[in-house]
Design a binder for this molecule. Structure first.
Ligand SMILES: Cc1cc2nc3c(=O)[nH]c(=O)nc-3n(C[C@H](O)[C@H](O)[C@H](O)COP(=O)(O)OP(=O)(O)OC[C@H]3O[C@@H](n4cnc5c(N)ncnc54)[C@H](O)[C@@H]3O)c2cc1C
Length: 516
């Protein structure tokens, strides 16, 4: 095997990339390509925790029911069954690797989050769950002699011949050179695309590269219209939308409008614990009603110790920005948070391209449907990464075909001759936020679709990382907007004012494929 040839190549070093690499140690030589330093990823910022039905009174069946309910009719029951049945074992794996989950009276501590019927969220370092996981896994990866990690290496192409993956082309952004790597097992673990939107909880790396790479390679991309907006990101001038975890509402935080009125019961009997899409839209409605760009999250009634021990990271961050949340209200507003759609996989992480797998936020396994249940994403990563490696090792039984009816489509063509809007990152992000954000409509989506199509037609050959990422974002933005236009209904995280109700006819998935 040459020095550019590997048994497995993994793109990304968040929880999906690192955990998969650790599981793959027994398979052979593993290469992780990651576009920044090893710990630049969404994972590091995860606060609330990771869902597993391991507490007293809980069961995989209960977790299954909550997940299916949140998915608003589009979750794949088989994928959800696998998630909830295998979750307990994956927690045991993380504990064995050394993730220091918080405990209470000698047992793993569990908290409750919105739309979970019971406390089942494990956390570490209070609200530093993602950081503790990332640090533990990256340390274990560094200590493994057969895992090579190439930082600042941006994957720019997945090479495919006759529908079989051959390797990865990467751009080393430190020296500006192009490298080619060969493998018959390529695992996309490149995370989400929150940076498509002006306001997001995601860090800079979340530019949807994996979706663009997979689409260009001929992989199926599905459910792109479903993007979750987190209801409560900190809204302070000059500060990026720092996440105020769902668990803060789970512990009793109350949402108040700018006049001090606790408004959630006006919208839903589940109040603060309703699913994220409902809370986010209620907040938007309340902001419009009061003419404000924010509402407030109130935890001042909670014991000070609960706040400082359960949410040390949030407490400290706010304090550093002049806000003592034990005494004052937290200004919040929704922000783009999680990509439910992605590269379509079966329950073994396989895509329609032989040898190309996907796991983590870049993948669409069918678990989340139209809306992700809080803290299910970290667990989804673990369960389906493990299954990919079982498949690579040949231990897995024949793949189960992903269920649900699909419409397989190519991107629409437009006459873009009249469009003169210059392509700039900030303009793209505002366009997506304004026209394809929490509240959507045909007119706005069409406007945005045209601009993105015009940009797409004039993209140049990239020669640096920011431009590679911008090109990817144009393509991923197009996939999202086209899907949002096609889905003429409202369901889960996708809400259209011109089709405000769910439609039975739309209990199916939209799939894009370059070769459709
Ligand atoms: C603020 C915040 C809080 C969250 N809280 C929770 C929570 O409490 N519970 C929960 O379950 N989920 C939570 N989530 C979601 C969850 O953290 C993510 O879905 C999950 O961490 C994704 O893991 P990943 O490995 O798929 O992607 P990431 O962790 O984002 O890793 C992606 C990796 O791919 C690399 N990469 C991307 N493109 C390329 C390329 N072209 N070439 C090479 N490398 C590339 C990136 O640099 C990065 O290393 C939260 C997310 C955020 C942003």
């Amino acid at each position: 095997m040459g020095d550019k040839e590997f048994d497995i190549i993994i793109i990304g070093s968040g929880i999906a990339g690192l955990y998969t690499a650790l599981l793959a140690r027994g398979v052979g030589n593993v290469l992780i390509l990651t576009k920044g330093s090893i710990d630049e990823c969404n994972t590091k910022y995860a606060q609330g925790g990771i869902a597993a039905p391991i507490g007293r009174g809980d069961s995989p069946q209960l977790h299954f029911e909550d997940t299916i309910a949140a998915g608003a009719g589009l979750s794949d029951p088989e994928a959800v069954r696998i998630l909830t049945e295998e979750a307990g074992d994956r927690i045991a794996d993380l504990i064995e690797i050394g993730v220091p989950f918080d405990t209470q009276n000698g047992e793993v501590a569990l908290t409750r989050e919105a739309a979970h019927s019971i406390p089942r969220i494990l956390h570490a370092g209070g609200d530093a769950t993602g950081e503790r996981i990332e640090v533990t896994l990256s340390r274990a990866v560094r200590a493994s002699h057969n895992i090579a990690v190439m930082e600042h290496c941006l994957a720019t192409e997945i090479t495919v011949r006759d529908s079989v993956a051959q390797g990865v082309v990467a751009f080393d952004s430190r020296v500006g050179s192009r490298e080619e790597f060969v493998s018959s097992n390529i695992i996309l673990a490149s995370g989400g695309a929150g940076r498509l939107f002006k306001l997001t909880t995601n860090p800079d790396i979340a530019t949807g590269d994996g979706i663009a790479l997979a689409y260009k390679a001929g992989a199926e991309i599905t459910d792109m219209e479903f993007f979750q907006f987190h209801p409560t990101a900190l809204r302070l001038p000059g500060i990026p939308p720092f996440l105020i975890s769902e668990a803060v509402r789970g512990e009793g935080g109350i949402l108040r409008n700018v006049e001090g009125h606790p408004f959630m019961l006006d919208y839903t009997p589940d109040a603060e614990l309703a699913p994220r899409d409902i809370v986010a839209r209620s907040i938007v409605a309340e902001m419009q009603k009061t003419g404000s760009d924010r509402v407030f999250l109130d935890v001042t009634h909670l014991p000070r110790r609960t706040i400082t021990t359960r949410f040390p990271h949030i407490y400290r961050f706010c304090l550093d920005h002049g806000l003592d949340i034990t005494r004052g209200l937290i200004p919040v507003a929704p922000a783009a948070h999680y990509m439910m759609g992605g590269v379509k996989t079966n329950t073994w992480g396989e895509t329609n391209i032989s040898g190309l797998f996907a796991c983590g936020e870049v993948a669409c396994t069918g678990v989340h449907g139209a809306n992700r249940l809080a803290s299910n994403s970290l667990m989804e990563v673990l369960v389906f990464s493990k299954r990919i490696i079982e498949r690579v090792k040949g231990e897995a039984i024949a793949p189960v075909k992903a269920s649900a009816e699909v419409s397989r489509l190519a991107l629409k063509k437009y006459d873009t001759s009249g469009i003169k809007t210059p392509l700039r990152l900030a303009i793209l992000q505002s366009l997506l936020w304004d026209d394809a954000g929490i509240i959507r409509s045909k007119d706005k989506l069409e406007e945005a679709a045209l601009v993105l199509a015009a940009w797409y037609d004039t993209l140049q050959r990239p020669t640096d990382r920011p431009y590679y990422e911008l090109c990817n974002m144009v393509l991923v933005g197009r996939l999202l907007i086209e899907a949002a236009l096609i889905r003429e209904e409202s369901r889960g995280a996708h809400f259209r004012t011109d089709f405000p109700e769910p439609s039975k006819a739309w209990e199916k998935h939209i799939v894009f494929c370059n070769e459709a």
